[in-house]
Design a protein around this ligand. Structure first.
Ligand SMILES: *Cc1c(COP(=O)(O)O)cnc(C)c1O
Length: 126
């Protein structure tokens, strides 16, 4: 889901020969889109707070998505500033240099057991 620059960058890197073409939901500037659950989609990605436009998408797991699907939340400018329920995302990742005032170059992620399983499966294939 794209609400501005950072979501757009993520959508761009998913367009690779190794993955099925992503479905990109582009919201009008300043508005929030919503996921349209599809049976064969196994990964949903969105920024918690789209820094370039100020659009906040609350951490959620859309009704109707596959139980195997992973939710990825880019929380770089939200982590430490916006409450969320960690059970509603599989990877909540952020650089703490914004709300948490760290130096740049450091990244942290909260990763669910289901996401760790997917990472290990991809590592075995690779
Ligand atoms: C700042 C920001 C990033 C990029 O963080 P860097 O540490 O500068 O790479 C990614 N996503 C969001 C939502 C951001 O606000």
């Amino acid at each position: 889901m794209v609400h501005g620059e950072f979501g757009g960058k993520f959508a761009k890197i998913l367009d690779t020969p190794w993955l099925a073409a992503p479905t990109v939901i582009n919201a009008e500037p300043g508005t929030r889109g919503e996921f349209a659950p599809e049976a064969d989609v196994d990964l949903y990605v969105y920024p918690h707070n789209e820094t370039s436009t100020g659009v906040v998408t609350h951490v959620h797991r859309p009704a109707g998505i596959s139980s195997d699907a992973l939710m990825l939340t880019d929380a770089t400018s939200a982590a430490g500033g916006i409450d969320f329920d960690p059970t509603l995302t599989d990877v909540y990742y952020f650089a703490p240099q914004k709300n948490l005032a760290s130096d740049g170059g450091l990244w942290l992620a909260l990763v669910s057991p289901k996401a760790i399983e997917r990472i290990e499966k991809c590592a075995r294939i690779g």
